[in-house]
Write a protein that binds this ligand. Structure first.
Ligand SMILES: [Zn+2]
Ligand SMILES: [Zn+2]
Length: 357
């Protein structure tokens, strides 16, 4: 027995030594690289929704204060085979690419408002949907002002498109297909129709994000299922009315208690400019408890927090962030993360939660 153990131990040592020696050679590195590339670059596109299903994928859940684990504000709606993006915060397109989302299927972008943390990646989305095979101009819907934003991005990225068509050819990247086209959604009352196509109804909802006026949320209805996205807003009763009966309410959330602490720390550290910002931003966002109250009023089945402010680096910070929420809303609450994916099969009450991370 002792002899057998000695032989096994010697074999293990020899194997480890052989593996260590092999790791010193570049051909082995390249073999490992090929294996990793097959797993990642070689993976098929993800199917976000089955036929008849409405899904929502959080492609960015960060607010402006940087969080290395979260991209800027972004949600992807999948209605059967059709994809729509709500906001394109910084880093969100990279998330979509890492997750193998078929970008050429994105039929439109809906902007809630034009704060930089919601539009930063529009140029990247314009490019990457085109490279992936988009062959129609990409429509960008939003409040008045969308014409300026779209015109600016088209101009800023025009040279980039010229280079790529010259490099890869008109057949692969037809220059005339690259551009974005604006579609203003006029708003006179509390809500306005934004789109009605292939069974998907999108409604723009006025929200309260002054001095940003107007700012919108969006409600998506498809096959008897619904998702409402708040956009950036202070707690706003008409949003609950417009979101009434939604299966999922994706609502922004900011802990003013934690933002105040951050402001005090910054002031003590002699950083008056960000300290003032921490003070100013408390008026036009919604606390997690207030978002829970809105979700209850809307009778939403699942509330998902997004646009998380401030960043939450630990589980303890996450616990502090949602403090008091369970008293208002004991169930049906989810702290959203990049990669959170929720499926709503058509004409049912099922809510399936999963994650791409
Ligand atoms: Zn924002
Ligand atoms: Zn904003």
């Amino acid at each position: 027995m002792k002899h057998a153990i000695t032989i096994v131990a010697a074999a293990v040592v020899v194997l480890i030594a052989a593996a260590w020696i092999a790791m010193q050679f570049v051909p082995v590195d390249l073999w490992l690289y090929r294996r990793a590339a097959m797993d990642r670059a070689g993976a098929p596109d993800i199917q976000l929704s089955k036929p008849g299903e409405l899904s929502v994928l959080l492609c960015g859940t960060n607010a402006p204060l940087p969080d290395p684990n979260r991209a800027g504000g972004c949600a992807l709606i999948a209605a059967g085979n059709d994809l729509y993006v709500v906001d394109t915060g910084m880093g969100s397109v990279r998330n979509l690419m890492v997750w193998h989302v078929p970008l050429e299927k994105i039929k439109g972008v809906f902007f809630t408002h034009y704060h930089s943390d919601h539009i930063g990646d529009l140029g990247e989305l314009r490019l990457q949907t085109w490279v992936a095979g988009r062959r129609t101009l990409l429509k960008v819907y939003g409040p008045p002002g969308v014409e300026d934003v779209v015109k600016g991005f088209n101009e800023a990225y025009s040279h980039d498109a010229d280079y790529r068509t010259a490099h890869h050819g008109e057949k692969m990247l037809p220059r005339e297909d690259v551009d974005l086209v604006p579609a203003v959604i006029p708003m006179n009352g509390a809500a306005a129709p934004a789109l009605n196509a292939d069974g998907l109804k999108v409604t723009a909802i006025r929200v309260d994000h002054g001095p940003v006026k107007p700012a919108y949320g969006y409600r998506f209805d498809y096959n008897g299922r619904s998702v409402t996205i708040s956009g950036d807003t202070a707690p706003y009763h008409p949003l609950a009315v417009a979101a009434r009966g939604s299966d999922v309410l994706v609502h922004e959330a900011q802990s003013n208690v934690m933002v105040s602490i951050l402001g005090e720390v910054l002031a003590k550290a002699d950083r008056p400019r960000p300290a003032k910002i921490m003070h100013d931003i408390q008026t036009y966002h919604t606390t997690p408890v207030q978002a829970a109250e809105i979700a209850n009023e809307a009778q939403a089945k699942l509330l998902v927090f997004t646009h998380i402010n401030p960043p939450l680096p630990t589980r303890f910070a996450e616990r502090a962030f949602i403090d008091g929420v369970s008293k208002v809303r004991p169930d049906g609450v989810l702290l959203g993360r990049d990669g959170t994916l929720i499926h709503l099969p058509g004409h049912s009450t099922v809510i399936e939660q999963t994650s791409l991370r």
